[in-house]
Every structure is written in structure tokens, then in C-alpha cells.
Design a protein around this ligand. Structure first.
Ligand code: SF4
Ligand code: SF4
Length: 437
């Protein structure tokens, strides 16, 4: 089906609240225990490879990828496996999780060595073995993204440095603190996938990140830095592609349909570090902000309890209504403070009680602000009408399926209606209707 809308990248103008933008990252001390759920990515749940009593090291494979769209999981501590048990994750699903008690030694697995990469296949195999998933929050296995039947269709690698959600500054710190790995990672992806052009997209509210990238790409005409408007959701893949290249991903299509691959900036920097050291993804940078005593950026071992992350930031401040991982627009509620940090968590935010409580929804006043705010040109108020009437054909005509659940429509609604929730339900209704047909 043809696109009928034009992505005008209107989005929502949010308060950025980048309070930690200039705060250098520090390492969170090694926790006493880590808990590794076997589902920290989109796709198949990994299969535990260890049992209670096993000795493991930093970098030891703990869960093997199950299927093509999946990712392996590794230990970030040395110590002993003290439990393998099912836990409930944010989606509500129960998955196996491996608990490891640290011995405090941080001994590295003797098998860790830089991977041998000499062609495209060995490169994607290495990325698959590294356990890398989209570090910007998506959690999609990177090896799958980089695996193409026909590489010749890709001419542009886009590096996502938009970081458009309020509060989060982890990617900004990656630009400032680790720029050489970003460039090295870009050059590796570019070389092995034979990509001609690279565009590094950075929102204008990150001047330091832009300066450092501009200075490093000098002399390489194949890499450009693209300053982007600081409008949410600038970092959404399809919006970013359009902002950087002017190309519009078709309805139901992929970035490769318009010759692009999009990688998060921290993900591409990890590629360089993995190829250099062979150490898989066992730790990551994240922002801690909101109702905490000392907002900061931390480098955290995957599997660390969120409670320890919050305690390291001076603990909670005032009345807290909810703790989320990710940003306030698309983040997910934390099941309990003992819940572990996952690979794809770029932030932990403590929302004050007042901010976490949903205000009572009023009647729609047909102001059209949700339509103005939708970055992909949908008409949420009209879609809501079709949903209430259970009119599947109309939902199809109104093209609700590309809705990325960004939350902009709910954010701008003066009647405080849960518009995004309705979009989510309308998408499910359309999917169900399509299946029946
Ligand atoms: S949640 Fe969906 S409908 Fe609402 S603004 Fe975002 S993309 Fe548009
Ligand atoms: S923004 Fe809210 S009140 Fe205005 S048209 Fe949309 S749903 Fe109705």
C-alpha cells in the first residue's frame, strides 16, 4: 500500500531536562550479585548454559541465542552461579534468569580474545557473538540488523545520536567521552558492509557532541555530521532517516528499503571495543535522574539490581510514584527495585508521585493538537473514533499500523486523554482483523 502521509517531523516540544549532560560517567562498583534474565532483547529468549554451582568469569557465555532473532548473554562478574530461576519481566512474561554471586575478583574468562574478522560474514558472526543489541533502548539484535541478502542496496549508514527523550544523556556522554571508538566503529561497519556514506545525526541541544564529531571527521568526505532539530521523537528510526536523507520509509517497510542502516551511537562505539578486545556486552552507560539525590551518568554491569544504581545516586528524594527504565515518553515501569539493569536500558528515572499519576481524562474537545503533534502525520482523534466504532476497514484506511507509540499525541492533549493507549489498542484491533481476513 502506498504512503498517504508525509512525515513532517512535527512531534512534541518537550522540556529537555538534560540535567546530567555535563556530568562525566563514573563506574558503579561491582555488585555483590547480578541477575541475568534470558530476555534482554527483541526476539527469542536465550537458553541458560550454566547451572547452580558453576564457576563463571567476566565475559563467560551464560545464555546462548535461541534462533536467528535473538542474542547471547554474558556475565559481567566473576563468581559462582547461585540460582537459575524464572522471573517475571516488564512485558509480563516469565523467563529464566541466572543469578551470579561475585567473588570480587573480576577475573576475565581466559577464552576472551579479539575475534578474527576478515570479511562480511566473519564480521556479522563476531557481532552476533558479542551479544550486542540496540543500546538506544530498542534492544534489537544488531547482528540481525547488519545481515543483508543484498548489501548493494545500502548506501548510507546513519548514526543515531539524537537522544530525544527528556533527561537521558548517556549517548551524549558517549560522544564526549568515547569519540575515537565511535569513529573506529563507524569505519568497521562501513568497511565490512561496503557502505559509501555515513551521516551522524545529532540534535542541536548537544553542542559539545557535535563539536567533537566535526573535529574528528575532518578530511573524510564520506562522513558528515547532521545537526537536527531538538524535537521529540527525532531519534525514531524513520523520522531520523527522513531528517538525515529526505527519504521516506514506506508503510510496513524497513530502513533498507530506502538504502539505509541506522545504528545507535553507543552501539557503534561498542563494535570498535569488541573487535579490539573480544569482551562481549557486559556493561553499559546509563543516566540516572528524576527524584534522586544526585542525578548522574554511570557505567553499570548488566544484571546489577536497580536499587543499587539508585542508592549510588544518593537514593530517592521525596515521594516517588514510579521507577522506569528508559525515558518518560517510552520507558517501561520497573517491576521492583531489585529488578536488574538490562542491556538496552539507557536510563533509570524515578518519577515523583505527582508526575507518575495520570490525570483524569476529560472529553475530547476536537482541538486537533494530537494531529499536529503526530510526527508521522496520523490523525489520532479520527483513529480513536474508528476504534470506538470497531471499524477495522477504517483503521486500515487511516493507517494506524505505522504508529510508533511515541506518546506525542497524549502529551499534547489538553483533555489529558490516553490517546497513545487508544492507538496501541487500535493497532491490535487492525492486526486481529487482518488475521481474520
Ligand atoms: S503515538 Fe502514534 S499516533 Fe500518537 S503521535 Fe506517536 S506516532 Fe502519532
Ligand atoms: S488533542 Fe485531545 S482533545 Fe484535542 S483532538 Fe486530540 S484527543 Fe481530542
Amino acid at each position: 500500500m502506498k504512503n498517504r502521509f508525509k512525515r513532517a517531523a512535527k512531534g512534541a516540544r518537550l522540556a529537555h531536562n538534560k540535567n546530567t549532560q555535563n556530568i562525566a560517567t563514573v563506574d558503579l562498583p561491582v555488585p555483590e550479585k547480578i541477575l541475568l534474565p534470558m530476555q534482554q532483547h527483541i526476539g527469542g529468549t536465550a537458553v541458560p548454559m550454566v547451572k547452580k554451582g558453576d564457576q563463571v568469569y567476566v565475559g563467560t557465555l551464560i545464555g546462548r541465542a535461541d534462533g536467528y532473532v535473538s542474542a547471547p548473554i554474558h556475565s559481567g562478574v566473576s563468581g559462582t552461579v547461585t540460582d537459575v530461576r524464572p522471573i517475571q519481566i516488564s512485558s509480563g512474561a516469565w523467563v529464566p534468569a541466572v543469578e551470579i554471586t561475585s567473588d570480587g575478583q573480576q577475573a576475565v574468562d581466559p577464552a576472551i580474545a579479539p575475534p578474527k574478522v576478515n570479511d562480511y560474514e566473519s564480521f556479522t558472526t563476531a557481532i552476533r557473538n558479542s551479544g550486542l543489541v540496540g543500546l538506544g533502548g530498542a534492544g534489537f539484535p544488531t547482528a540481525v540488523k547488519l545481515t543483508m541478502k543484498d548489501l548493494s542496496v545500502i548506501d548510507t549508514l546513519i548514526i543515531n545520536g539524537a537522544e530525544c527523550e527528556p533527561y537521558i544523556t548517556a549517548d551524549n556522554r558517549e560522544f564526549v567521552e568515547n569519540p575515537q571508538d565511535i569513529i573506529s566503529g563507524i569505519l568497521e561497519v562501513k568497511k565490512w558492509l561496503a557502505i559509501k556514506n555515513v551521516i551522524i545525526g545529532i540534535e542541536r541541544n548537544k553542542p559539545e557532541a557535535m563539536d567533537v564529531m566535526f573535529s574528528l571527521i575532518k578530511g573524510d568526505p564520506s562522513i558528515t555530521v547532521k545537526p537536527l532539530p531538538s524535537v521529540y521523537p527525532q531519534g525514531a528510526e524513520k523520522i531520523l532517516i527522513e531528517s538525515c536523507t529526505g527519504r521516506e520509509v514506506p508503510r510496513g517497510g524497513l530502513p533498507s528499503d530506502v538504502g539505509c542502516i541506522v545504528m545507535n551511537v553507543s552501539s557503534v562505539a561498542f563494535v570498535a571495543s569488541y573487535l579490539r578486545t573480544g569482551m562481549p556486552l557486559v556493561a553499559r552507560r546509563l543516566t540516572v535522574d528524576g527524584a534522586v539525590a544526585e542525578p548522574r551518568n554511570l557505567r553499570v554491569i548488566v544484571g546489577t539490581p536497580i536499587r543499587e544504581v539508585l542508592d549510588y545516586c544518593g537514593g530517592l528524594k521525596g515521594e516517588v510514584g514510579e521507577i522506569i527504565t528508559g525515558g518518560p515518553m517510552m520507558g517501561v515501569s520497573v517491576v521492583a527495585p531489585a529488578f536488574p539493569i538490562h542491556k538496552q536500558n539507557n536510563a533509570v528515572l524515578a518519577l515523583p508521585r505527582a508526575a507518575a499519576q495520570l490525570p483524569p481524562a476529560g472529553e475530547c474537545i476536537h482541538c486537533g493538537r494530537c494531529i499536529e503533534a503526530c510526527p508521522i502525520g496520523l490523525s489520532p482523534v479520527i483513529i480513536a473514533k474508528a476504534y470506538n466504532a470497531q471499524n477495522v476497514d477504517e483503521l486500515d484506511r487511516l493507517m494506524v499500523d505505522p504508529c510508533m507509540e511515541c506518546g506525542s499525541c497524549s502529551y499534547v492533549c489538553p483533555a489529558k486523554r490516553p490517546v497513545t493507549d487508544t492507538m496501541r489498542l487500535a493497532k491490535a484491533m487492525l492486526r486481529k482483523g487482518a488475521k481474520k481476513k
